[in-house]
Design a protein around this ligand. Sequence first.
Ligand code: FES
Length: 104
Amino acid sequence: MSAGPYERHVFVCLNERDPDHPRGCCAASGSRDIHARLKELSKERGLRHSVRVNKAGCLDTCERGPSIVVYPENVWYGGVTLGDVEEIVESHLVNGLPVERLRV
Ligand code: FES
């Protein structure tokens, strides 16, 4: 089996629910902006051909969202804010060191 074209995939939950839904949703806590910033910074850091940032549906960690998972490491992040994105890109996507304080 050959390796795929990317070293890493980053999935960002963009799921939207009604405002009164008991589980809430990542879209309501800013995941669209987080996704856009992840794409922007990944491109700026020259990761365009090695890291793929994808939109995802519900990752089932809604209560701890906004939720992100990075493969192949299987690292899950929760409660991510826009201000955390640069650290995720620099530490994890560029240098291979997951951001421990954001792991769930
Ligand atoms: S709504 Fe984002 S993990 Fe469920």
